[in-house]
Design a binder for this molecule. Sequence first.
Ligand code: 2AM
Ligand code: CA
Length: 267
Amino acid sequence: MALTINSETLESVKSIVKEASSLMVKSGYRIMEKDGAVNLVTSSDLAVQDFLTGKLSELIPESGFICEEEDFRDTSKELIWIIDPIDGTANYARGIEDCCISVALADGKGPVLGVVYSPSRGEMYSALRGCGAFLGDEPIHVSGRPFSNGLLCCAMSTYRKEFAKTCSDIIYDVHMKCNDTRRWGSAALELCLMAKGVVELYFEMRLQPWDYAAGEVILTEAGGCIATFDGGAPSLYAPSMVVAANCRESLEELLRTVHRHMDALPY
Ligand code: 2AM
Ligand code: CA
């Protein structure tokens, strides 16, 4: 039987995520390395993911999961939760407050529901496909700023340093044509900041679905656009380049800049 994902589902996910955030403590957590010192996981990431998977499988028992930690993956179901228990773990582990919990629910057509919660900001972003995007209870929308006055969010390919030079060349080109550049350290949060109208441009060479699935539905419901290298939607099952903007014109300008430096994705 097909399940209806509605505002009641969204409210339940928001309260589960809020409850999970109490596990993001300010001190006393353990920091572990995943694949060397650049890729960290903390005991809080594991506790939040454990809590979320337990509660969300109670909410929709026939759902599957793609989660960042511990290779927790079951994509055999029609509805799949895509979870980053802490997006911005490197920030969290250093006591930098920009990090969030990111939860999306995807069906065969893409993300249908997205929730991103930043405990330090007290900001709960959410969206249901076709129903708009919200910060708390207030509707949000991307800004109308043109490319030339846009703020670019980006990163230098943290895990795959062999792509950093190309990233740097692309970022330089965009930087010279826009207002300024930011590196926040949390993709989910950055996509939500675009959704609420404070940044306009976004480029990351290689992200994982849990970094952008929730942000994708929140951003598109707020009027923004998101794509991967070829202009299609980023994959929800495999790593993707992510390019996003507050309007189609700026997205196309970003993609043209990327294509000046790369004929194909290097992975
Ligand atoms: P993560 O915390 O879930 O690993 C894009 O910038 C992504 O890279 C972020 O969403 C974040 O995801 C990760 N990231 C940010 N800063 C990082 C750092 N210093 N080291 C490793 N990963 C980082
Ligand atoms: Ca993470």
